[in-house]
Design a protein around this ligand. Sequence first.
Ligand SMILES: [Zn+2]
Length: 71
Amino acid sequence: MKYYDEESYRFHKNDAADKCFCCSQNAPRLLIVRHIESQMMVHLCPECMTEHSDDYLLDNTRPWLGPKKIT
Ligand SMILES: [Zn+2]
């Protein structure tokens, strides 16, 4: 049985896996959150998540892939 619909976890077309969706910074740690306006998943840096918490939603229904380690 399929637990969730893949369609619900589409990433926003303007999202990049190594950049913050909001400020376009290449942050060492990005969160995967839902952009409420478009209902799409996006990558967000912790600063933007804190500043714009009304526009984004942490989605914990899927296991985290873990932060990317950039050294
Ligand atoms: Zn940001």
